[in-house]
Design a protein around this ligand. Structure first.
Ligand code: SAM
Ligand code: SF4
Length: 330
């Protein structure tokens, strides 16, 4: 079984936001004062699992849990355990996680025991005060200990770094060298205009073209054919033992190879991170219309998946995406 959208893109990757809540407040992701959703609006773990089952039956092979911070969701390990069991009996091949790493030290062992072999950890700086500044109150030491614990338990870690204007543009070389010492791949990401934050987006955005050119002069990159099923373009270097990736939703559109859809923590299926259209599954799940109906709705959603996002960052233009990143996950 294969899920194919109206542009014949094969969709085999589902991202699931298990909570909109987070223990940090990264300045490009959230406002300082956020109103989180009432608990009854968020899908239960059983509802999430049932949606996942339907996607798997239709051809989804990879599920990434995200948020908000997935590790602050109570009992998230139960969901992971249940999904992991499906790997031996269904299409499902991999479950991964995107985390800020603050609770990773506590969870790494259990994650590994429940079939998590790869995770993405978000880390924008390795300077303690700067980490506090970008996350508003995070502790860098927690993340580093978490990463070390994950590596100890044989979980492959990749770092995701959002490049933020006048904040970490000058630290990209140091970040690469730090990751290289730990043999961890690293991907740089452009700020996306996902709703309003406390600072206008044009004051946050840096084009990765510029960053790439600076780094290329230092590392003499070679384009890699390595793919992890995502939009990152990877590079290798004779000076490095890791791959360095660049995700450029604004400076270089990659929508033609999009293979994913996203479920928000409230059960809205977003066919594109960069558009507002969704199909709401929460009411369908709560009125129990049956799995055939759920599958019909999933196929419908795929038939209207947009061709591409239209992200624009310009002081004159208000962000047209009306939700923050923590609702749908990155
Ligand atoms: N809390 C987890 C974390 O930080 O990894 C998972 C959710 S977070 C929303 C997922 C990813 O989205 C993180 O790597 C984060 O840096 C990124 N992100 C958040 N807001 C963003 C924005 N406006 N533009 C680009 N990336 C963003
Ligand atoms: Fe939380 Fe992740 Fe958003 Fe930072 S990027 S505030 S860690 S959800």
């Amino acid at each position: 079984m294969q899920l194919v959208d109206q542009f014949l893109r094969k969709i085999n990757y589902l991202r699931v936001s298990v909570t909109d809540r987070c223990d940090l407040r990264c300045v490009y992701c959230m406002k300082e004062k956020m109103n989180f959703l009432p608990k009854n609006e968020v899908l239960s773990l059983e509802e999430i699992e049932r949606l996942c089952d339907n996607f798997i039956e239709l051809g989804v092979e990879k599920i990434r849990l995200t948020g908000g911070e997935p590790l602050v969701r109570k009992d998230v390990l139960t969901l992971i355990k249940n999904l992991n069991k499906k790997k031996s009996t269904t299409n499902l091949k991999e479950i991964t996680l995107t985390t800020n790493g603050s609770l990773l030290k506590k969870y790494a062992k259990d994650l590994k025991q429940n079939g998590i072999n790869r995770i993405n950890v978000s880390l924008d700086t390795i300077i303690e005060e700067k980490y506090k500044e970008i996350t508003r109150f995070g502790k860098l030491a927690n993340v580093i200990e978490g990463i070390e614990e994950a590596i100890k338990h044989n979980i492959k870690v990749k770092i995701n770094t959002v490049v933020f204007k006048n904040f970490n543009e000058d630290q990209t070389k140091e970040l690469i060298n730090w990751c290289n010492n730990k043999l961890i791949d690293l991907t740089f990401i452009e700020v996306m205009p996902m709703s309003d934050t406390d600072m206008p987006r044009h004051m946050q955005f840096v084009s990765l073209d510029k960053i790439y050119n600076n780094l290329e002069n230092i590392f003499n990159f070679e384009k890699s054919s390595h793919k992890t099923g995502g939009p990152s373009q990877y590079y290798t270097s004779s000076k490095l033992n890791i791959k360095v990736g660049f995700i450029t939703p604004l400076s270089n559109n990659f929508c033609a190879s999009c293979n994913r859809v996203r479920i928000s923590s409230t059960g809205k299926l977003y066919m594109c991170l960069g558009q507002n259209e969704f199909v709401d599954f929460r009411e369908i799940l709560r009125t129990d219309r049956g799995d055939d109906y759920i599958k019909e709705k999933i196929r419908f959603a795929l038939s209207v998946k947009p061709k591409r996002h239209d992200f624009i960052i310009n002081p004159e233009v208000k962000p047209y995406i009306n939700r923050h990143m923590n609702e749908t996950g990155g």
